[in-house]
Design a protein around this ligand. Structure first.
Ligand code: CA
Length: 219
């Protein structure tokens, strides 16, 4: 993979650059938003890792500009936890996934692999998270050894949660996974989450107020 890393923190940027090299990826590391837009323009990258707080041009503006230019580059946003709530709306401007700082480089590797596979349509066959097991080809779902009867929407929603188990998944991310870019009634997601809780277990899916939902990793 050829990855564009945009990060103004020297330590973190160098850490990501070195880790990508260890995983046999190539990387270009730039430290501000203007350089990011210039670099992204050449179209040679498979993925973009984007910090939000950047000199010259803010990360969110970088994201919006890229999407306006119709660059289909998958974007993993890395951001500080306290910056997240105010940024939710912006993340909907086109981030494919996000990581909260500080994060383990192993987690970064896993996120990048998943994004790359999704972007290239290299479908995973199974998703496993705790007691949950999804077969993506047959659309069969099992929870704690029980077979689940799920609607198409419920399956898509559960998949989006399971692929990010143990982490908060933003409402916007879930809505996009389930409904694509079509608009959706404001309470539609809640209704499906409620149905999933009944079918799995009440505690399996947590509501994270103002952000989204989380599927317990060890459910
Ligand atoms: Ca920063």
């Amino acid at each position: 993979m050829h990855v564009l890393v945009v990060e103004d923190d020297e330590l973190l940027g160098a850490g990501m650059r070195d880790a990508l090299a260890r995983w046999s990826h190539t990387c270009v590391w730039v430290r501000d938003g203007a350089a990011a837009l210039a670099a992204a323009q050449d179209g040679a990258f498979d993925l973009l890792v984007l910090d939000l707080g950047l000199p010259k041009i803010d990360g969110l503006d970088v994201l919006k500009t890229l999407r306006r230019r119709k660059l289909g580059l998958p974007v993993l946003v890395v951001t500080a936890r306290d910056a997240l709530p105010q940024r939710i709306e912006g993340l909907d401007a086109g981030a494919d996934d996000y990581l909260i700082k500080p994060f383990h480089l192993d987690e970064l590797a896993a996120r990048l692999r998943a994004l790359h596979r999704r972007a290239h349509g290299l479908a995973e066959e199974r998703v496993e998270a705790g007691a949950l097991n999804l077969d993506l080809r047959t659309r069969e779902a099992n929870y704690a050894g029980r077979s689940l009867e799920l609607s198409r929407t419920e399956f898509l929603l559960l998949r989006a949660l399971a692929e990010r188990a143990g982490r908060v998944v933003l409402r916007e991310t879930l809505e996009r996974a389930v409904y694509g870019d079509e608009g959706v009634e404001s309470n539609a997601l809640e209704v499906h989450v409620h149905a999933l809780r009944r079918k799995l277990a009440p505690e399996a899916i947590r509501t994270v107020r103002g952000l989204g939902y989380l599927l317990a990793k060890e459910s």
